[in-house]
Design a protein around this ligand. Sequence first.
Ligand SMILES: [Zn+2]
Length: 236
Amino acid sequence: MTSGLTAKIYFGGYTQKVSETKQQGPASMLQAAGAAGAGPRDPLCIRFINTLDWRNDAERRVEQLTAYSELVKWSRNQHLLSAEQAKALLALAGKQQRQAEQALGRALSFREALYWLFSAVAARRAPSREDLQMLSEMHAEAAPHLRLRLENETGYGWEWASGDENLDRMLWPVARSAAELLTAGPLDRLRECERGGCGWLFVDTTRNRSRRWCAMKICGNRSKVERYYRRHRRED
Ligand SMILES: [Zn+2]
């Protein structure tokens, strides 16, 4: 990993936040299910960013990637790894526990850099140079592993070659997805959930671009209830 220094800086800032997190609870599981919206339709990099629930609420924050094995599990669910690749990485992580912990640290640092980068973009602010640099470095690490392949008589596609023994390999497609979103968009449809503390990002695909919450069932309804009570209290 060439971005060691940057990663260390991010990880230094992040360890404190991780130590405050709780184990996964029902709210997080509901969020993870991505009911009605945030989820499978969002770009891969956004789904990766959303593996931290209630990012901006220290009381409620829930980390989904609590161990390297959870990162492998998530990657498998996202079809970033074949069953064999997942098995090979888990076996490698079992033998190299310290390296696996460091790989998890790099993944979380990278995820937080992506969050701050796209959160800024969603708010129409310029992202920090460090966050942009971190994506640039991760993308540069991923690029040599990319291969063109003939998919059928008329079409070509990309595949990730080699790297079965690389603990960071699931970050490569995430980096590619983030670079693509950043350069090809649709950035004007990128949003951050309006419910305070949520911190989930999503791509608003509604025709009139009116979506405000990651998922109506989770943050939309709660936001309405909270607003109702606030208004009600003022009237008392
Ligand atoms: Zn939300």
